[in-house]
Design a protein around this ligand. Structure first.
Ligand SMILES: [Zn+2]
Ligand SMILES: [Zn+2]
Length: 319
């Protein structure tokens, strides 16, 4: 064997060794991405959107309340609780929105961190325009003293995003820089949406929003609108006859042309009022949840809020 042949032979042997080192699956097990991703559960849609905006695909995100259901009426079954127990972090809205979450907190394994988002936003008291004086005696406020629909104030959506950025950065410090960057991008989008609301609702013929369910207190307050609702902060309340006739009077008196209702809850009352007054009943999305159709058509908090703004501008005859 001459030297040249020896070098070629040696090279082949070396190549085989290098090849084994690089390509043998047993030497460097590649972890599946699922194993390295922290699992985080959130209760509802606006939390999911903010969480997804911050995390991208670096966190395995789950929502608890199923698509298309009335989030006020939801309570998890044992399978959903078991699913929830696999997460390292559980985020819920709080402020009485998920009555089930308060009870669940004590039964979940101690390894799960629990984040009550209402502790990190600016809360407002509800019920100022609660037109239910007539039935005060039997009326129970199982929703607590604060209005839980705080994500409809865009400033709160920004606070939610910042809070999730902080929490996720603690869960996966190696991704913190990416989370900060993602959060900043999403917050810039929210700021843009906020200024669209400010200019879009600056000059309007009427500034009263009438809705079936009292979900829009934050949205109206942030935009200097009046808010009148037929039922209270929780969607399972039944309006009294007096409440309904009071609202009918109000609509006629102010010549209002639109009453808003929430699609995912019973809208009989709004339809009745619309018939009696000749006003149009128009759906307004409080973003407690979204429907399967909305998800399939890639609707987001941002796009639905823009759709809501368009409807408000039309109803209030804004310039
Ligand atoms: Zn609600
Ligand atoms: Zn109430």
């Amino acid at each position: 064997m001459d030297t040249r042949r020896l070098i070629v032979f040696g090279g082949v042997i070396a190549a085989i060794f290098i090849g084994m080192t690089f390509f043998s699956p047993k030497l460097q097990p590649i972890p599946t991405s699922k194993e390295t991703k922290p699992v985080v559960s959130v209760s509802t849609f606006s939390l999911l959107e903010a969480a997804h905006a911050v995390a991208g695909d670096a966190i395995d995100l789950h929502t608890i309340v199923p698509l298309g259901s009335d989030a006020h009426m939801f309570s998890p079954n044992p399978t959903q609780v078991a699913e929830l127990s696999k997460s390292v972090l559980f985020v819920y809205n709080g402020a009485g929105f998920e009555t089930w979450a308060e009870g669940l907190k004590n039964t979940l394994p101690k390894t799960i961190q629990i984040l009550d988002m209402s502790q990190h936003v600016a809360l407002e008291k509800g019920g100022e325009e609660h037109h239910d004086e007539a039935s005060d005696d039997e009326h129970t406020h199982h929703h607590g003293m604060y209005d839980p629909h705080y994500w409809l104030d865009i400033d709160n959506m920004i606070k939610m995003t910042q809070t999730l950025d902080g929490e996720f950065s603690k869960l996966a410090p190696i991704k913190a820089e990416q989370f900060h960057k993602n959060a900043a991008t999403y917050i810039a989008e929210l700021e843009k949406l906020k200024s669209e609301y400010t200019t879009g609702l600056a000059e309007c013929k009427n500034r009263t929003l009438i809705s079936n369910h009292d979900a829009f207190g934050y949205l109206t307050h942030a935009n200097k609108l009046e808010n009148v609702s037929v039922i209270g902060l929780s969607s399972d309340e039944q309006p009294s006859a007096q409440t309904v006739s009071h609202i009918v009077e109000l609509i006629k008196e102010h010549g209002m042309k639109t009453i808003f209702f929430e699609e995912l809850i019973n809208d009989n009352v709004s339809q009745t009022i619309a018939r009696e007054t000749g006003a149009r009943a128009v759906p307004l999305q409080p973003l407690e949840n979204i429907s399967e159709d909305e998800l399939k058509s890639h609707q987001t908090y941002l796009s639905i809020m823009r759709e809501n703004l368009k409807k408000l501008r039309e109803a209030m005859e804004c310039r």
